[in-house]
Design a protein around this ligand. Structure first.
Ligand code: PLP
Length: 272
């Protein structure tokens, strides 16, 4: 599907990034490409290498938002990306106590890029920079646990009758398993699932969780759950949301570092 709209006087063409033919055709006409893979909240994957080839054929730079995947699970530079951007508020800091971001270029910044950086003032303050550096010391250990917990919960949810579908990178139910194997090492700890009981079931679930907190954000030590239809995708009208696959019974779960037994106990009591 192609929708043309006008956002901030920039004409935008919305294409389905999982339809490779349409995606690569759109990319090869772009001036620059900014992509997020896996996508939030349906964990759709985009082939970074093929995107880079199509974009570079017209000298368009490719910028990958690697916040959800993290550098431990996916390394966009290995597939030719020009820039990698991260919210450092999520897994890199890991403790949900600062807000920041970074843009990493494979090449040294040009004088003009340095000027933009200096003049726009996008510089993190000293305490927040220190918090990220402290968080990064345990990044590897935290990610190992995030990956284990995320996969275990995705598998457990898939076996539940209350759950219609689980969205988790690398799952065999995901048609894009080939892309996962090519560019990702692990599935991470962000996942979504659709409850058979729809909106009512999703609200009931969020009311009942104890260990898991009903709150936005992701990538911290604590597990957080939200309903995308009422949070990240609230601004879309219901038809557009439906088309995008964001159902009223969809829950997004950021799995934290708690013990897997405690998490499954909480999920189990909240679902039944
Ligand atoms: C949270 C998030 C951002 C924005 O980061 P902030 O730290 O909230 O400014 C950007 N991209 C992705 C994929 C995110 O999850």
């Amino acid at each position: 599907m192609r929708i043309l709209s006008d956002i901030y006087h920039v004409s935008v063409e919305i294409v389905d990034a999982t339809d490779e033919k349409i995606w690569l055709a759109a990319v090869s006409q772009a001036g620059a490409v900014l992509l997020e893979t896996p996508s939030n909240p349906l964990m759709k994957l985009i082939d970074i290498e093929k995107t880079v080839q199509a974009a570079h054929s017209h000298k368009a730079p490719v910028i990958v938002d690697n916040t959800v995947a993290t550098p431990l699970n996916q390394r966009p530079f290995d597939f030719g990306a020009d820039w990698v951007v991260h919210s450092t508020s999520k897994y890199l800091n890991g403790h949900s106590d600062m807000i920041g971001g970074c843009a990493v270029s494979k090449k040294a910044l040009l004088p003009q890029q340095r000027n933009i950086h200096k003049n726009l003032g996008g510089t993190v303050n000293a305490l927040d920079a220190w918090l990220v550096l402290r968080g990064l010391r345990t990044f590897n250990l935290r990610m190992e646990r995030h990956n284990q917990n995320g996969r275990a919960i995705a598998e457990w949810l898939s076996s539940r009758t209350e759950v219609l579908r689980v969205y988790y990178p690398g799952f065999s139910s995901q048609i894009q398993a080939g892309i996962f194997e090519k560019q990702m090492k692990h599935g991470g700890s962000l996942l979504s699932f659709e409850l058979a009981a729809g909106e009512k079931g999703a609200n009931r679930f969020l009311d009942r969780v104890n260990l898991i907190t009903h709150a936005v954000s992701l990538g911290g030590v604590e597990s957080l759950a939200v309903r995308p239809a009422k949070s990240s995708h609230r601004g879309m009208n219901p038809e557009a949301r439906q088309r995008a696959g964001i159902s009223d019974g969809l829950i997004r779960l950021s799995v934290g570092l708690e013990s897997i037994e405690d998490l499954l106990t909480d999920l189990s009591q909240a679902l039944t």
